[in-house]
Write a protein that binds this ligand. Structure first.
Ligand SMILES: C[S@@+](CC[C@H](N)C(=O)[O-])C[C@H]1O[C@@H](n2cnc3c(N)ncnc32)[C@H](O)[C@@H]1O
Length: 200
């Protein structure tokens, strides 16, 4: 049996699959997939189904990404599905619309990593909480608030650093408080924490 604070002992979000394997998860979901590097790591827990939800298209938060960038990422997800992980099921749709497709308690694990402004994160957590099974975990990236200058190469683009707003910590902390949940934080060695909560 995994305790939520076992996540806090990890030194990278790319180790999450070890705990998912230990809880024998079958259906996972990532919201905000990009080219699928994190999803590929999650798939090491060998789920039967890995739903990959992304617009792979313009969104106001990521206005520095081009149409070509999104097309390349979508093509890469299809390649990963064909060549690496047949369990991947891409859904090219707005995250809030995509959440409506699934019944209550459908997933064993959900990772939220789409737009990182306060409202988007709050709306995604609320829309996807219904889809998480009892005792299962929801997690997400960039447990941060405030504005940060992100180097272009980290965003896989060329040019100057991009100033990005984060409201993830505020959205998660509010949800934790409102629902009387326990929070675990993965202090990733690259300096960007992930958050984890559990449905009781
Ligand atoms: C930070 S990237 C995801 C990175 C990925 N999780 C990883 O760690 O490898 C964020 C992604 O969220 C997607 N996104 C932004 N807003 C969205 C929305 N409303 N619905 C679906 N996807 C969205 C973007 O297209 C982008 O690919």
């Amino acid at each position: 049996m995994i305790n939520i604070q076992d996540f806090a002992k990890l030194t990278s979000r790319y180790q999450i699959h070890t705990l998912l394997a230990a809880t024998n998860v079958k259906k996972i979901c990532e919201v905000g997939v990009d080219h699928g590097w994190n999803l590929t790591n999650l798939c090491k827990c060998k789920p039967e189904l890995a739903v990959a939800i992304d617009l792979w298209d313009f969104s106001p938060y990521y206005d520095f990404y081009t149409k070509e960038f999104h097309e390349r990422n979508y093509t890469e997800i299809i390649r990963r599905k064909i060549e690496e992980n047949d369990c991947i099921f891409p859904i090219r749709l707005d995250s809030i619309k995509a959440a409506k497709i699934f019944p209550d308690n459908y997933f064993d694990f959900i990772y939220i990593d789409a737009s990182h402004d306060y409202e988007s994160v709050r709306n995604n957590i609320e829309a996807y909480w219904r889809l998480i099974g009892k005792d299962c975990f929801m997690a997400g990236h960039d447990y941060l608030d405030g504005h940060k200058e992100i180097p272009a190469e980290k965003l896989r683009i060329k040019g100057d650093p991009v100033r990005i707003e984060f409201g993830v910590k505020r959205a998660v902390d509010e949800f934790v408080l409102k629902n009387n949940l326990e929070l675990a934080v993965i202090n990733d060695e690259n300096g960007i924490p992930s958050w984890v909560i559990q449905k009781k």
